[in-house]
Design a protein around this ligand. Structure first.
Ligand SMILES: [Zn+2]
Ligand SMILES: [Zn+2]
Ligand SMILES: [Zn+2]
Length: 143
């Protein structure tokens, strides 16, 4: 499908969820980007565009969309949660100096996942938190 918003709407219908105005609006904002936005950012954008949609509806909508896997949230840095679309699985590396986010494929964590599972019976949910570190341009800077 050419229109990414319509593709997302189609996906909702396939999961048996009605494409309400609020759900469309939230998906629209996420598709437009940036690819990671906080619930507050999303709510502000949605309600400025669709004044009839209450902020509380936007938060509830995010929960619904998350439950069916259409969106997902991740905590970058100190617990700040941001939302992204669920159809493009990826993991997050965050620079703790400049805050830049690098998206990496899930496979990067395969070995770590397997080791934790084999040795400790622990199932890693690496998608819930970002991995913190220093990006390449910040490594040369002191502080
Ligand atoms: Zn993401
Ligand atoms: Zn950096
Ligand atoms: Zn969380």
């Amino acid at each position: 499908m050419d229109n990414p918003l319509e593709a997302q709407i189609q996906e909702l219908r396939q999961r048996g969820i009605k494409a309400t105005v609020a759900r469309r609006a939230v998906l629209e904002v996420l598709l437009e980007g940036p690819s990671h936005q906080s619930a507050d950012d999303i709510a502000t954008k949605v309600s400025s565009r669709y004044p009839e949609i209450h902020l509380s509806t936007v938060y509830r909508t995010l929960e619904t969309l998350e439950r069916i896997g259409a969106v997902d949230h991740v905590h970058l840095g100190h617990g700040r949660a941001v939302y992204h679309l669920g159809d493009d699985p990826h993991q997050h590396l965050v620079c703790d100096r400049c805050g830049s986010v690098i998206e990496v494929p899930n496979e990067i964590f395969l070995t770590l996942n397997k080791t934790l599972s084999d040795k400790y019976g622990f199932k890693l949910r690496q998608n819930h938190f970002a991995v913190l570190g220093r990006c390449s341009s910040c490594q040369s800077v002191s502080s």
